[in-house]
Design a protein around this ligand. Structure first.
Ligand SMILES: [Zn+2]
Length: 454
């Protein structure tokens, strides 16, 4: 028998179509946006859902997430992370090659990871592969197996099983990346000894100064050099240092192959308001001073960032050193996957960020980066019925009881945010209904199709 919800009509006065909010009725059929009718259009015998004052936008695509399964499933896992994603209006996640064990640096580990995700995906999920020293021969097979990009570190990654690469390692794989037009994602921090000696490990200011802006800009210079020399796609993940903006923008005027992201926590928190002994805020690169973050915002408002990703990277409280309060021993990673849209909307409102500008940075733009722009990231006829329905005016408080991440510890706890997620559709399935999980396992494993040369 045909599933009753396989075909339905979704109506709002505020549907995000062609970069503006308009009144429309979406006719969803067989997992796709079958037809868009402008205005309110009911059709006899087809279920009609009026979302009233809520807004209909494409499902959010979070291209930077750490799920850590298999191997570190006590940190996070597919079940919890994809549920949290759905509750946050996210319909597609792309997962990093660390911190699962084994790390995703060859086809065997990639297959272990995709197998571990089986029957646990409540939203769509794809993967990146990793470059470490000595796996350059595995990169081509990883790309052929369907990863969306290759990620590398230029400094210690935080886990010993994912050592950082050097310029030489990256140059070795550049021709392969070029052949497949596969992006190289770089964690841009290049360590040197030009940092103050640490006296108090519980001091946030000391932690901040231990990872200075010039680490980021030195690494960015190396990334730009490799990008230019080999004419490959390079993506700078989680930019925190505003000093990096100008050189990135300059290069972006010459090429479309350079892209950059930043994350909600760099835009929402300031170093000045982070208390000592609170490694819940620890991430790398660190959350910087207000003055710096104002410049990040300026760049957001000027279209300086291609997209925004959560960099959700939780760990158990013992590893986050929440009791000890030691920033230097603690795991560096912020948990917040579920709250990306509300966090950005809440802070964005104060900064003059229009929804019309924010939404593409979470949907259409990451879709383009991932090569999914012909099926996801927009409300368009023929596109996948991955849809988020949210109410920008609705306020809620982040309480433990609503957090679906494996670990409830997040710096957003008890914050009041605007932009409640009401429904989430994945492939036309109502995964989240009235802000609660309704139906599971609607997500697909996403594999990147090979794309030789352009
Ligand atoms: Zn990350």
């Amino acid at each position: 028998m045909r599933n009753k919800m396989a075909e339905f009509l979704l109506y709002s006065k505020y549907c995000f179509i062609n970069n503006q909010f308009i009144e429309a009725t979406l006719h969803i059929k067989d997992k796709k946006i079958f037809k868009i009718n402008f205005g309110r259009k009911e059709i006899t015998e087809i279920p009609f859902l009026d979302v009233e004052n809520s807004h209909i936008i494409p499902g959010i695509i979070d291209a930077h997430v750490h799920i850590n399964e298999p191997g570190r499933t006590h940190w996070e896992g597919f079940e919890a992370a994809t549920k949290a994603a759905a509750l946050g209006g996210i319909t597609t996640l792309i997962e990093m090659p660390l911190n699962a064990t084994p790390v995703t640096t060859d086809v065997a580990s990639f297959e272990l990871k995709t197998a571990a995700s089986k029957n646990k995906l409540h939203v769509h999920c794809g993967f990146y592969g990793g470059i470490i020293p000595e796996n350059s021969n595995d990169i081509e097979d990883l790309i052929k197996a369907g990863v969306f990009g290759i990620k590398g570190f230029l400094t210690h990654s935080g886990i010993d099983d994912f050592p950082n690469t050097t310029k030489e390692d990256l140059e070795k794989i550049a021709p392969i990346l070029k052949k497949y037009n596969c992006p190289l994602l770089l964690h841009c921090e290049l360590t040197d000894d030009n940092v103050p000696k640490v006296i108090n490990q519980k001091s946030y200011q000391e932690y901040l100064h231990s990872r200075p802006q010039h680490w980021e800009t030195n690494a960015i210079d190396l990334a730009l050099e490799i990008q230019e020399k080999y004419d490959i796609k390079v993506h700078i993940v989680h930019l925190s240092a505003s000093e990096g903006i100008e050189r990135i923008q300059k290069r972006k005027q010459q090429t479309s192959k350079l892209t950059v992201e930043t994350c909600p926590h760099y835009l929402y928190f300031d170093a000045e308001s982070i208390p000592d002994a609170s490694p819940i805020y620890k991430c790398a690169p660190p959350i910087r001073e207000k003055k710096n973050n104002d410049l990040l915002w300026k760049s957001v408002l000027n279209d300086g960032f291609n997209f925004l990703g959560s960099d959700h990277s939780p760990a158990p409280s013992a590893i986050k050193k929440l009791k000890e309060g030691n920033f230097f021993d603690a795991w560096g990673g912020i948990a917040g996957l579920q709250f990306t849209l509300p966090v950005l909307l809440t802070e964005g409102k104060k900064r003059g960020l229009a929804l019309e500008k924010l939404i593409p940075m979470l949907t259409e733009n990451p879709a383009k980066f991932l090569g999914l722009e012909h099926q996801k990231g927009m409300i368009k006829e023929g596109f996948d019925a991955d849809i988020c329905v949210f109410n920008p005016a609705d306020e809620f408080t982040v309480l433990e009881s609503i957090i679906a991440h494996k670990h409830k510890a997040t710096p957003y706890l008890n914050h009041k945010l605007k932009g409640k997620i009401i429904h989430t559709f994945v492939n036309g399935v109502l995964v989240v209904k009235e802000s609660r999980i309704n139906k599971l396992k609607a997500g697909n494993l996403l594999l990147k199709k090979q794309n030789i040369g352009t």
